[in-house]
Design a protein around this ligand. Structure first.
Ligand code: PGA
Length: 241
């Protein structure tokens, strides 16, 4: 695991965007795994800028998102589908047919999850995956548990996640209690992984990760220690506390 410490949020975002830009240039039909939340917003801004100013081409890029709240359609303002359009997809030339986000309104969620896994396999797996990290060590919505499923599935959100994510809703009561998440299998089979963390509230979990020499489902991010190509990019606040 490679750790890169950047001065602030802007330089963390820029460093991450450079990895993505280079990868898209090398493989224009790349399959990306994409994250939501506060952390990647700056990186998406950088990618949009390079698309607008230098013509970075997304027309052949395929994207799979990490997760979505159960019960929210993609036009709900707090859904991750809406977030992705707003923060990224509406501003680049991605082909809508190449965008895949779990459907929080799927009638048969189990079937939908199976199909999501199959679509990732049929795309040849994820070439480059972007991850954030929860204060409890979750990646995507793989929350600390006794065991972690390799498959996409419906999960119950940890109370800490509900509390932290309530900032994206009018009230904590509105935060869905369940979500669809990409499983640990698709995550760990990604060829390259970039994990971002910024801000003092992430310093505790980043310290834990950097000290960690065991994999444990109690700290889902610890499984990244088994992966051969992970770059963790953090700002000084997340690194030093
Ligand atoms: P955040 O979320 O970027 O909003 O901090 C990260 C996560 O929960 O994975």
């Amino acid at each position: 695991m490679k750790i890169v410490v950047k001065k602030d949020y802007e330089s963390m975002s820029k460093a991450a965007s450079e990895i993505f830009i280079e990868a898209i240039k090398v493989k224009p039909d790349i399959t990306l795994g994409l994250a939501t939340g506060s952390t990647p917003k700056g990186m998406y801004k950088e990618l949009i800028k390079v698309h607008k100013e230098e013509g970075l081409d997304f027309s052949k890029v395929k994207t799979f998102n990490l997760d979505e709240y159960v019960g929210l359609s993609h036009d709900h303002l707090s859904s991750y589908g809406y977030y992705m359009d707003n923060e990224f997809f509406n501003h680049i030339n991605v082909d809508r047919r190449n965008i895949f986000i779990p459907d929080g309104k799927a009638k048969d969620v189990e079937k939908h999850c199976r199909e999501y896994d199959e679509m990732i396999i049929n795309a040849g797996g994820i070439d480059l995956l972007l991850l954030g990290i929860g204060v409890d060590g979750h990646i995507a919505f793989n929350e600390p548990a006794d065991a972690l499923s390799v498959k996409a599935r419906i999960v119950r959100l940890a109370q800490s996640t509900i509390e932290v994510n309530s900032r994206f809703f009018n009230s904590i009561e509105e935060v869905p209690k369940t979500a669809i998440t990409m499983g640990m299998g698709s995550i760990l089979k990604s060829k390259k992984i970039v994990l971002l963390a910024n801000g003092v509230n992430k310093s505790h979990v980043i310290k834990k990760l950097l000290k960690q020499d065991k994999v444990t489902p109690k700290l889902p991010v610890s499984f990244l220690l088994l992966h051969p190509d992970v770059t963790v990019i953090v700002d000084e606040l997340a690194y030093n506390g």
